[in-house]
Write a protein that binds this ligand. Sequence first.
Ligand code: 7TS
Length: 414
Amino acid sequence: MSTPDWAALRADFPTLHQDVNGKALVYLDSAATAQKPRVVLDALQDFYLNHNANVHRGLHALSMRATDSYEAARLRTAKFVGAADPAEIVFTRGTTESINLVASSWGAANLKKGDVVLITEMEHHSNLVPWQQIALRTGATLRYVPVVGSDAELGLDLDALDRLLTPEVKLFAFGHGSNTLGIVNDAADLCARARKVGAITVVDAAQTIGHQPVDVRAIGCDFLAFSGHKMAGPTGIGGLYGRKALLDAMPPYQLGGGMISVVDFFETKFKPSPERFEAGTPNVADAVALVAAMDYLDAVGREAIAAHDRELAAYAATALAELPGIRILGPRPGQPRAGLVSFALKDAHAHDVVTFADQDGIALRGGHHCNQPLMKKLGLPSSTRASFYLYNTREEVDRLIVSLRRIVKFFSGV
Ligand code: 7TS
């Protein structure tokens, strides 16, 4: 594997090359949304300039071309996540919609009183609230795999997981990568444990999909949810991988055009998956532009991106540890860390940290990161997060540290 020319790649991202508050922008918020390379923006523009039409409806040239491009995007996405059959890819708005689809459709059809839905304490609200609410609606019980350990040595309690995996567990949903802790869970191992009791598995790959190889067959999951905008693609497009047999047995989630085979005044026959889950006009342009993002990431190499992001996060974690009164959250030593670091400063609220860093042109995220129950458990009202992607550099981490020293000085007077 040849080492990518990271500096040359950085030039592909137009948004990065601007000043914010009089300083060169340092964008360290890719866990919220990644910047887009020009090829993605070009693909989006090319679709609207040259090919725009609705799909699956028309017999005219543009419509057939748009349909071909949309279905080619499905095939490319299947390949990107290692799915055998493009019919196992449902296009959605992103991770949130994908998980809501499984909870509302599979959950409503299969869960009942006495069943258990198992999730973990490190879930993003998108992989928590849908399960909590479908459990309330169906009478199923929601249980949590605990997060254990101290600040910089956190992880799932795998012994507790095995104890919790009883035959009553019908579904186990977990995050592949935590957006707050930076922990990357061993998804294949977690799915193998769940399979022993016959539980369906749902993997939230929002934080990993654009940062490392993700292969649904190697993981052995039943469902996997992801967002295009976190993998250098457009907003408003993402996907759900689902095993074909499961998808075909599930009732539709939304109803309307495009997902029916026959409609009568009083009954309707639905198409098989994936169309049955794509009611209405789909997001054709963004699906097509997502292909450009996938091609771009694969040309760089997802292994290389993972190594780059993790190296930067480790570099940042080591430098941050020198700051007085800092609490750094993270995985146990030896466990992989995603390309992000969350931390809390003793004297400064995360929102103040983010505001001060912004004055220095640095984009961070501060708050509860859609992880309210976890933050409560860790005894933190909020944390600040720096997240990295293929376009970030060590020099940017150095600028972050200089800025944070100024912030610590201001708030603590040290
Ligand atoms: N799951 C995880 C682990 C996430 O990090 C996010 C978004 C989602 C699900 C939801 O993804 P969406 O594309 O449907 O919104 N996480 C973040 C974040 O950390 N900061 O902003 C969004």
